[in-house]
Design a protein around this ligand. Structure first.
Ligand code: FES
Length: 76
């Protein structure tokens, strides 16, 4: 698995829009899925919505226990 970025990514997300968080670490559009998982892994993206339009910290190390949000696992 490629893990180019270890820190959480701060990103503004819009309420009720559907997002696809990358679970495999191969996407060039971190933290979101760009479809790269399809040919190289058996993983799938994680779809989610947010209840409020604001900035969020999304996991980029893919070790979080609370996807797609950073839970500090990158520090371990
Ligand atoms: S590119 Fe990683 S889950 Fe889609």
């Amino acid at each position: 698995m490629s893990q180019k970025v270890k820190q959480p990514i701060k990103i503004n997300l819009d309420k009720d829009r559907v997002y696809f968080w990358c679970t495999c670490g191969l996407s060039e559009k971190q933290p979101m899925c760009d479809g790269s998982h399809k040919e190289k892994t058996d993983k799938k993206s994680h779809s989610f919505k947010v209840d409020e339009t604001k900035e969020y910290f999304l996991c980029s190390c893919k070790l979080t226990s609370n996807p797609p949000y950073c839970d500090g696992s990158h520090n371990k």
